[in-house]
Design a protein around this ligand. Structure first.
Ligand SMILES: NC(=O)c1ccc[n+]([C@@H]2O[C@H](COP(=O)([O-])OP(=O)(O)OC[C@H]3O[C@@H](n4cnc5c(N)ncnc54)[C@H](OP(=O)(O)O)[C@@H]3O)[C@@H](O)[C@H]2O)c1
Length: 386
């Protein structure tokens, strides 16, 4: 039997549109036959008309409810789960509002602004027996799952180093002029680290931490970072960090340690010509070879597995493409995962366990702390303000 999940969409900005369009794509086009999705309601804080305009634009069915407040959405009895697509400055408050109303939640990345907020959300979800997912979409892609399996199977040996770059190549002054609302706005928790650097951290964690058995996963032993701030607002526009782990993956027979080098920037580009001329955006380097990932780190579309050449033996490079089916953006994979977890009565997904999500927030807290980037109290607060 197909399990159907009824979604509410909270906020109608850029990413909400991509996600909702993906939700509406027939799951069988990606060979998914056990779960399906209904867009049951949409809410915009800019008014009901905005929600209705959004509904028409994404081609959601006419019986989908349109609300002019988030309150109305969280109280809609026809909604099982809410997808939160407000700025991350508001994720803590909006997620709490949904959980207190008894809704399961999928929240856009970063789940919160700091680790203390994330811990509270997971605690409340646990107390209320509700599913809560940190929606770092890249983790749920078939490409990521395949790469994690290759690492776990030991094909590239012991992974000692991962290099990941998520840099957009955007004019920061333009961002500030056009997008005062978000990416470079301190009051909306702007900055490269939380906005896109999280993907470099995601790659480091999903390859060097998540590929270990749960009882072998250990938090980073050391974090070093460097940050360049955008003078007009004080958010980071360019951040580089090294995250060291006391383990390696998939084995640690020699008690070696490993480390990830993460980069992120608005004004620099990982892929300047958007055709891959600069090479891979992620390199996963093991003692028996390496995996190179191509395309933006948040939405890569292919990878290469390159064995280490030993002596005269020939080396066979495997190149694998992972396009998204049915013209989708790849956001349906996290929706399918959420539906399966809710169907099975799970509160958290194994793909992004709560503990790992909090750990990643702690890493970002640490980097921000080292570089003295703090958001206003209204954004960092752990108090529910309603
Ligand atoms: N997974 C991804 O690939 C991806 C990509 C981009 C962004 N994101 C994440 O998704 C979230 C939203 O990003 P976005 O690019 O969609 O942002 P956006 O285009 O600026 O949209 C954010 C929406 O949030 C609502 N909102 C509520 N309070 C707001 C406030 N005080 N200021 C501004 N907007 C407010 C607005 O919708 P209403 O007026 O309808 O309420 C607004 O349209 C961010 O946390 C971001 O990190 C994820």
């Amino acid at each position: 039997m197909v399990f159907q999940l009824k979604w509410g969409i909270l906020a109608t900005g850029w990413i909400a549109e991509k996600f909702t369009v993906d939700l509406l794509i027939d799951p069988t086009t990606r060979d998914v036959k056990d779960v399906s999705h209904v867009v049951a309601a949409i809410a915009s804080s800019s008014g009901r008309t905005r929600a209705e305009t959004f509904r028409i634009k994404v081609k959601a069915p006419s019986d989908c409810a349109c609300y002019g407040t988030y309150d109305a959405l969280v109280n809609d009895k026809n909604v099982d789960i809410i997808y939160i697509a407000s700025p991350h400055s508001h994720h803590f408050q909006h997620t709490l509002e949904c959980l207190y109303a008894g809704k399961h939640v999928v929240c856009e990345k970063p789940i919160t602004v700091n680790a203390a907020q994330a811990r509270i959300l997971y605690q409340v979800a646990k107390e209320r027996n509700l599913f809560l997912l940190d929606a770092v979409w890249t983790r749920y892609f078939p490409l990521s799952i395949q790469i994690r399996d290759i690492i776990s199977n030991g094909e590239i040996g012991e992974v000692l180093r991962v290099i990941a770059d998520t840099s957009m190549g955007e004019d920061v002054d333009d961002l500030w002029l056009e997008q005062k609302r978000r990416k470079v706005n301190l009051d909306l928790a702007g900055g490269a680290l939380l906005e896109i650097g999280i993907y470099s951290i995601t790659w480091i964690f999903q390859t060097m931490y998540h590929t270990l058995p749960v009882d072998k996963r250990q938090p980073p032993s050391k974090i070093m970072s460097h940050m360049v701030k955008y003078p007009k607002t004080g958010v980071d526009e360019d951040t580089t960090f090294i995250i060291s782990f006391p383990t390696t993956t998939p084995i640690n027979e020699l008690s070696r340690t490993s480390h990830g080098v993460g980069m992120t920037a608005f004004p620099l580009a990982s892929d300047p010509d958007q055709r891959g001329s600069a090479g891979p955006t992620v390199r996963i380097q093991g003692t028996r070879g390496e995996i190179q990932v191509f395309g933006m780190a948040f939405q890569p579309d292919r990878y290469k597995v390159i064995p280490l050449k030993i002596g005269d033996q020939s080396v066979e490079i495997r190149e694998i493409s992972c396009p998204f089916p049915a013209g989708g953006h790849g956001m349906f994979y996290e929706a399918d995962e959420a539906a399966r977890c809710v169907r099975d009565g799970l509160l958290e997904s194994e793909v992004m366990p709560w503990k790992e999500s909090v750990l990643i927030m702690e890493v970002m807290d640490n980097i921000r702390g080292q570089c003295d980037l703090r958001y206003p109290e209204s954004v960092e607060t752990t108090a529910f303000e309603r």
